[in-house]
Design a binder for this molecule. Structure first.
Ligand code: SAH
Ligand code: SF4
Length: 362
């Protein structure tokens, strides 16, 4: 049997190695975290980059079994920010030198929505002197729509695979043509072909999920050659079908630790990608995102959605910072990041180095 030291001395990992690392005890997992931090500093820098997160709307046509804003949840108060409200948030990010924003919504695909986003991209770029790096996270769309948004200056796209194991994917989603595993993969391929920095991710600690599934997820990300990853613990929401399986879940603390281990292993596997410290970590531990930074993450997504809408964008329970105005969030995050010993890359895009290397190679 290999030792933790010999596994961590390797440059890449087999599925067995990953399962071993995911099963480590406290002492060994600290060695894993230190190694991941070392890799991050060697291949990237001590800088952490911000993406100001704008949760533009909770309208959604889909019905994912885990998500609080699924169309089937009639308890949700639906909202849709006006263009001016989105612009105000984008300007806040620009004026505070966040470098980048990420616009996220439920999934809506129709002509009006495509055109609205095109118009918004124009407006944001005009209002911020083309200086913000813009990330979109607007679900599955047609090639043409992805291309149109890219042409208007969106540079990154986040679309989590949720689970790279098809069987598990169908346990998390209704089995119908609106929730098709292959479509998801094809969307990711299309984003890559168009030239986006492509981000994906999975939820960790889902019902029915095993360490093998998680190891496969990491190897799938490596094989797909993604540029960015955001993966966090699954946090159950009472008004969703997956809540029925709450009794077979591993405890939240274990999901949290698994998410940190996944982050650290991925950093060693894919040295120069961007890895986000997801907000869901903070729903379990108030210092969650800071802990992720210490074991390989290099991106933080401060929520800059106008405060009075935040309560209605609840994908899961205990979502943090629901009552904070964007400005409070900035101050508290800044202090928290400085405590980790890292610095904030103010005014910089912090693009994925992996993406630039990939484009140069092709
Ligand atoms: N509609 C878009 C973007 C919003 S959802 C999309 O689906 O891609 C963004 C992410 O939130 C999802 O990819 C999912 O991984 C995560 N999410 C949803 N419900 C969650 C839950 N209960 N616990 C943890 N993460 C969740
Ligand atoms: Fe809609 Fe995204 Fe939630 Fe699925 S995960 S229900 S697509 S917001």
């Amino acid at each position: 049997m290999k030792s933790i030291e010999s596994i961590l001395a390797q440059d890449t990992f087999s599925k067995e190695d990953i399962i071993y690392l995911l099963s480590t005890n406290v002492e060994d997992r600290n060695k894993l975290y230190s190694k991941a931090a070392e890799v991050k500093e060697k291949y990237l820098s001590r800088k952490i980059y911000f993406r100001g997160l704008i949760e533009m709307s909770n309208l959604c046509q889909k019905n994912c079994n885990y998500c609080g804003i699924r169309i089937g949840n009639s308890k949700v108060k639906r909202y849709n920010l006006s263009d001016d409200e989105v612009l105000e948030s984008a300007k806040f990010a620009w004026e505070n030198r966040y470098g980048s924003i990420a616009i996220q919504t439920g999934e809506v695909n129709n002509k009006n929505f495509t055109e609205r986003i095109e118009g918004l991209l124009d407006k944001i770029n005009r209002a911020t002197n083309n200086e913000l790096g813009i990330t979109l996270s607007l679900g599955e769309q047609s090639d043409d729509t992805y291309q149109r948004w890219f042409n208007k200056g969106a540079v990154r796209y986040l679309l989590r695979i949720e689970s790279s194991t098809q069987d598990l994917y169908y346990k998390l989603h209704p089995n119908n043509k609106n929730h098709n595993f292959e479509t998801r993969i094809n969307c990711l391929k299309s984003l890559k072909r168009i030239g986006y920095q492509v981000g994906t991710g999975v939820m960790i600690g889902l019902p029915f999920q095993t360490l093998e599934h998680l190891a496969d997820d990491l190897l799938w990300m490596q094989e797909f050659d993604v540029d960015m990853v955001g993966m966090g613990p699954y946090v159950e929401h009472p008004d969703t079908p997956l809540f029925d399986f709450k009794d077979i879940l591993i405890p939240q603390e274990e999901r949290f630790n698994l998410a940190l281990k996944m982050t650290a292993i991925l950093r060693i596997l894919m040295k120069d990608i961007n890895i986000a410290a997801p907000t869901a970590l903070q729903a379990i531990d108030p210092l969650g995102r800071e802990k992720a930074i210490k074991c390989g993450a290099n991106i933080i997504m401060p929520n800059i959605t106008p405060g009075y809408y935040r309560n209605d964008y609840k994908l899961y329970e205990n979502k943090p910072c629901l009552d904070d105005a964007a400005d409070d969030c900035k101050k508290c995050l800044e202090a928290r990041i400085h405590l980790t010993g890292y610095e904030i890359g103010y005014g910089e895009h912090g693009n994925s180095k992996h993406h630039s290397a990939r484009i140069e190679k092709s």
